[in-house]
Design a binder for this molecule. Structure first.
Ligand SMILES: *Cc1c(COP(=O)(O)O)cnc(C)c1O
Length: 394
């Protein structure tokens, strides 16, 4: 019998033994405050559907209408015959929404990163990268062939020191940071980072996947939050989180966007997103531009939940956004906590090493505008019961 795939069995067993094997839960309901997961009704604190747009009637209707007019698939990559007027509309709308010069869309936030970083830097260049940046930034950076220098998380002084100590050793330089860091719910002092980028004439890129629809006026993101329009060269985003659909976007400097239309490999060699996705995303932008109601409700829900958790005696870490980590330390405790919550019909993920550092295991609570006051209170009661049972709070 062939032995050539035996290594996979061994590796999978290693994952099982280390407690790192991903058991994937199956939903049989739309995204919302409540989910049907493996047949069970649970309160949802796991998804990135911050504003409830993934199942919003206007978003669904827009997708249906567009399919009547344009059908489904784009039929080609963007540069051959896959650019529909809808794609261009979305790019113009995103540039206006973000208050920047231009925008280009990709198939996902992941491909927006792996497409844009190698177009901007290559061999002989240097990337200054926050040590906690997302996997797609890391992959895009590696693909580029540039030298990667990591700086301490959200630390402008360390960034400055790293830039100074590498001065003169590279051709072009690019600073990259996540906007909102999804494990802790914090964000960097982007204003200070922009000052440093300008002082050293370096390109600046922020991946605002968790900031869009959340931070800034009406959810315009971290650049808007810090009022840095025109000072951040590349703003990467995703339509898969607060926008509730799927797709990626790069917004910012018009010269860079034009360059990505020529040199962004996933743009050139992978087909465009489908008609219903584009139309649904356009409807999501409409909703965000018309009113800040959903974004306001998201922040109000988050403020209430976080304050009540603190009152109960929980540690919510470094959160500055609706992402609420509940710090537990030990990974076994975090897993047990998550399991007990699930028994109480509250679905919230335990995160441990290697997703977060050893000893910093946690439950991550993703607050949404769709949670009602009653939902939040029910969750708080479950957290209180499990927390007391497991000796986490008094
Ligand atoms: C989720 C995420 C991505 C990937 O976005 P997709 O559209 O799901 O591919 C990229 N960067 C960051 C920081 C993210 O959190």
């Amino acid at each position: 019998m062939s032995q050539k795939l035996k290594w996979i069995d061994e590796e999978l067993q290693n994952l099982q033994d280390a407690g790192l094997y991903n058991k994937i839960r199956t939903l049989s309901s739309p995204q919302g405050a409540w989910l049907v997961v493996d047949g069970k009704h649970v309160l949802n604190f796991c998804s990135n559907n911050y504003l409830g747009l993934a199942n919003h009637p206007r978003v669904i209707n827009a997708a249906q209408q567009a399919m009547q007019q344009y059908g489904l698939g784009p039929g080609a990559v963007r540069t051959i015959a896959g650019t529909m007027d809808l794609h261009l509309q979305l790019e113009q709308r995103m540039a206006a929404f973000k208050r920047v010069e231009d925008a280009i869309t990709f198939q996902s936030g992941f491909t927006a990163n792996t497409g844009s970083i190698p177009a901007l830097v290559g061999k002989g260049d240097m990337i200054f990268s926050d040590e906690l940046n997302h996997a797609s930034i890391i992959d895009g950076s590696r693909l580029s062939g540039a030298t990667i220098t990591r700086y301490n998380h959200a630390d402008p002084a360390d960034l400055q020191a790293k830039i100074e100590s590498h001065a003169g050793t590279y051709r072009r330089g690019l600073i990259i940071t996540d906007g909102v860091f999804s494990m802790d719910g914090d964000y960097p002092p982007l204003d200070k980072i922009a000052d440093i980028a300008e002082a050293h004439d370096l390109m600046l890129m922020v991946d605002d996947a968790h900031g869009e629809g959340v931070l800034g006026e009406g959810g315009r993101g971290i650049v808007d939050h810090f009022k840095l329009h025109g000072r951040v060269d590349v703003e990467v985003g995703t339509f898969s989180k607060a926008f509730g659909v799927v797709g990626g976007v790069v917004a910012g400097n018009a010269r860079i966007i034009e360059w990505l239309r020529q040199r962004g490999r996933p743009f050139l060699f992978s087909s465009a997103v489908t008609v219903p996705d584009v139309a649904a995303t356009l409807a999501a932008v409409d909703i965000l531009e018309e009113s800040t109601e959903l974004v306001d409700r998201l922040w109000a829900n988050a403020a209430f939940f976080k304050q009540e958790m603190l009152n109960l005696g929980f540690d919510t870490g470094k959160t500055m956004t609706p992402i609420t980590p509940v710090m537990l330390g030990d990974v076994t405790l975090a897993r047990e906590f998550s399991r007990r919550l699930y028994e109480e019909n509250v679905f919230a993920m335990a995160l441990g090493f290697p997703t977060v550092p050893v000893g910093l295991a946690r439950i991550r609570v993703m607050i949404s505008a769709t949670h009602s006051q009653e939902d939040l209170e029910q969750a708080l009661q479950a957290f209180a019961r499990v927390g007391r049972d497991l000796g986490v709070i008094g």
